[in-house]
Design a protein. Structure first.
Length: 306
């Protein structure tokens, strides 16, 4: 006796499963037609919840300033002809350093962890970066489960990840210094403070080097009575003094803002728009899933085998 073939047919909005014909797609749409109100309700509810959470997210703005490495007012130390054994001393003092090398060094310092941590410390930014960890009343940090408090290293990593962006325009040598924060005024202030702090930081560093150079040259001057060497040493000292005066009076000692800080984008608004689209898609998917789930649970999806 041949085995009787078993088929499944659609009965009362049920899916037809026929080995020869496959699944009846029109039956799959039936739950959506019957329960379109449920799809709409779930979509609206889930989307409303998502929209509420998105709108509650803090705003974020990006403020950018265009900066260039300031050119020194004094001439290149290489203009002074140094001989008689004093060339090595001048090189040791950094008097023969090229302008390009000095500019590259300044840009590296601007992005260094030591400089950034110093900036965070001097401007007391850890409390702003980690407000929930700071107890304003007690005036102290709240320790985590492991007994740790935010450190300058934590601030440095937060600063690079969430706040600070620096890019070099190779075409014209301009640095684009960008700060991102919840309000544009604070971000703009940080950009200006950062450049001003860099100028102050590098000016102080340069002053220390100049004073050390002058002290060294003074000792060399005491050791020699040869007129040519003394003339060279006097020229070097004169140049160092001129550098010191220039550093003291020049506010843009290392970096000069050529385009003031200005808001370039509302990052928070763009992000919220993207999240809103994603939330709607997910909400509609949740509505479809809920409709099919209700259809199955309510027993409207039935199969009959013959």
């Amino acid at each position: 006796m041949e085995k009787e073939e078993k088929k499944v047919y659609l009965v009362a909005n049920a899916v037809v499963e026929d080995p020869e014909e496959g699944i009846n797609l029109s039956a799959l749409v039936a739950p959506l037609k019957t329960l379109k109100w449920l799809v709409a309700l779930i979509t609206v509810l889930v989307f409303s919840l998502g929209l509420y959470m998105i709108l509650g997210m803090p705003d974020e703005h990006a403020v950018q300033a265009k900066v260039m490495v300031a050119k020194p007012r004094f001439g290149d130390a290489g203009e002074i002809k140094i001989g008689g054994g004093l060339g090595g001393a001048a090189s040791l003092l950094g008097l023969g350093q090229s302008t390009d090398a000095d500019s590259a060094r300044k840009m590296q310092i601007l992005q260094s962890s030591v400089f950034i941590e110093k900036f965070i410390q001097d401007y007391d930014l850890l409390k702003i970066f980690f407000p929930r960890r700071w107890d304003e009343r007690a005036g102290e940090w709240v320790k985590d489960d492991e007994g740790n408090i935010p450190t300058l290293r934590d601030g440095y990593e937060f600063f690079l990840l969430r706040v600070f962006v620096i890019e070099m325009d190779d075409a014209n040598g301009v640095l684009n210094v960008t700060m991102k924060w919840r309000d544009p005024d604070t971000a703009g202030k940080w950009v200006r403070d950062y450049i001003a702090f860099a100028n102050s930081y590098l000016r102080t560093e340069e002053m220390v080097k100049i004073e050390e150079s002058i002290a060294y040259l003074d000792k060399q001057l005491e050791k020699t009575q040869i007129k040519e060497r003394r003339d060279i040493l006097f020229s070097l000292i004169e140049k160092e003094v001129y550098q010191m005066v220039s550093a003291k009076v020049d506010e843009n000692f290392a970096f000069e803002i050529i385009d003031p800080a200005a808001s370039i984008s509302d990052i928070g608004k763009k992000r919220k728009m993207r999240l809103g689209v994603i939330a709607f898609i997910l909400s509609f998917g949740a509505g479809l899933f809920g409709a099919y789930a209700f259809y199955f649970v309510s027993g409207k999806w039935r199969r009959v085998s013959v």
